[in-house]
Design a protein around this ligand. Structure first.
Ligand SMILES: *Cc1c(COP(=O)(O)O)cnc(C)c1O
Length: 400
């Protein structure tokens, strides 16, 4: 048995509070320092030139102090190291937002002439839009997981999925999908699951993307994105980040590192509450259908028989707002907000019905949440009782 504390692998909950902080005691510190410098003194210009050449050539993180804040920041680097540890990857590279992170991944692949992306709907509305609009010179083929192998072309640079997906919570079998991808990198947006519930690299993904704005930050007060991957891909991402400038602000890096320390506790507590709300919603005659992933989590989607707008207008404790993953519970109507930018036909075909509501369950008491939800569902239009079986068509099943 190995009792050496320096070599025994640590549990996720332990990594969440210690990763990225290993050097603090030697620095005589307990809380991580926040470095807001935009530039750093360099009295030895020849050595600085060599460091710049090294970064331009390899994309490796510079040793010693950064040259300039667009290149690297020590506070953000602590968050990157910690997230990489939680996802089980060599490295992680942080960005100003989830969308800046996805942009950098697409630019890395496009710079190699690999402009074609194979993607599975649904994706977060703006990710769908970025691919569909081809803003970065990419071209997308939408397919279901079973169609991925056939959709791959010689110029395919990326296969992209979300699981559980935003907003339907549809799940993809990552082991099977990774097999279909062959040598094409598989990007999994792990924003909903977080590394607490799922580590996509263990299932064959090469690239793991997070909107850190959501669960990683966890308090609704920081915008950020991060890509966890092997060091080779991280080097290419750092070069793109330096050239395009979508860096994370160091205060955001500080808050995200702090958020990671409570991530396992928050996700487990909110998931337990979500599972109980799923049980109650599933038994409620005002609710047509409830979607909840097999891996669990704190996100719920459900379809109502009545007017979904009356539900979002009727909540009092729960906040009707886009975004997710905060300590407080949020509810929103994807067809109006998070997925508004996706064309109506594409949205419906992906299972995003006009009756679908998406709820991000927070850390409030389950009875208080249920009381608010059930009174909102009782609003006159929201609580339209279950119609006769032939009066309206059943909501279509969510696309897998
Ligand atoms: C919010 C979100 C994004 C975009 O992240 P931002 O931080 O808002 O740029 C990407 N993917 C998923 C699944 C999201 O929920």
């Amino acid at each position: 048995m190995d009792n050496d504390v320096s070599t025994t692998p640590r549990a996720l909950a332990t990594e969440a509070v210690h990763a990225g902080r290993e050097d603090l005691a030697a620095l005589g510190l307990h809380a991580p320092p926040l470095d807001l410098s935009t530039t750093y003194p360099s009295y030895d210009t020849r050595a600085e030139a060599a460091r710049i050449d090294e970064f331009a050539g390899t994309g490796a993180r510079p040793d010693g102090p950064p040259v300039y804040a667009r290149l690297d920041n020590p506070t953000t680097a602590r968050f990157e190291d910690a997230l990489a540890r939680l996802e089980g990857t060599d490295s992680a590279v942080a960005f100003a937002s989830g969308m800046a992170a996805l942009t950098a991944v697409l630019l890395v692949r496009a710079s190699l002439g690999l402009r074609h992306v194979v993607a599975v709907r649904p994706l977060y509305g703006c990710s769908d839009h970025l691919l569909t609009a081809g803003l970065l010179g990419t071209e997308v083929t939408w397919t279901d997981p079973a169609g991925v192998a056939d959709a791959i072309r010689p110029d395919t640079g990326l296969v992209m999925v979300e699981t559980p997906a935003n907003p339907t919570l549809a799940e993809v079998d990552l082991d099977a999908l990774a097999h279909s991808c062959g040598s094409v990198p598989l990007l999994v947006d792990n924003t909903f699951a977080t590394p607490v519930l799922q580590q996509p690299v263990r299932h064959g993904a090469r690239i793991v993307l997070h909107s850190a704005t959501k669960y990683l930050g966890g308090h609704g007060d920081v915008l950020g994105g991060v890509v966890a991957c092997d060091e080779e891909f991280a080097r290419a991402l750092r070069q793109v980040r330096f050239a395009t400038g979508g860096v994370l602000h160091p205060l955001a890096g500080y808050l995200l590192l702090r958020g990671l320390s409570t991530l396992p506790v928050r996700v487990r507590a909110a998931s337990a509450t979500a599972a109980e709300l799923v049980r109650r919603l599933s038994a409620d005659p005002r609710v047509a259908r409830v979607h909840y992933p097999s891996i669990g989590g704190a996100m719920i989607a459900f379809e109502v028989y009545g007017d979904p707008h009356a539900v979002t207008a009727g909540v009092r404790l729960i906040t009707p707002a886009v975004s997710l993953g905060s300590v407080d519970t949020l509810i929103q109507h994807p067809a109006s907000i998070s997925h508004r930018i996706v064309a109506e036909g594409d949205r419906r075909a992906a299972g995003v019905s006009d009756r679908l509501l998406r709820m991000s369950v927070g850390l409030e008491d389950v009875e208080d949440l249920w009381r608010d939800l059930t009174q909102a569902l009782s609003a006159p239009a929201a609580g339209t009782p279950r119609p006769a079986a032939d009066a309206i068509p059943e909501p279509r099943p969510a696309a897998r």
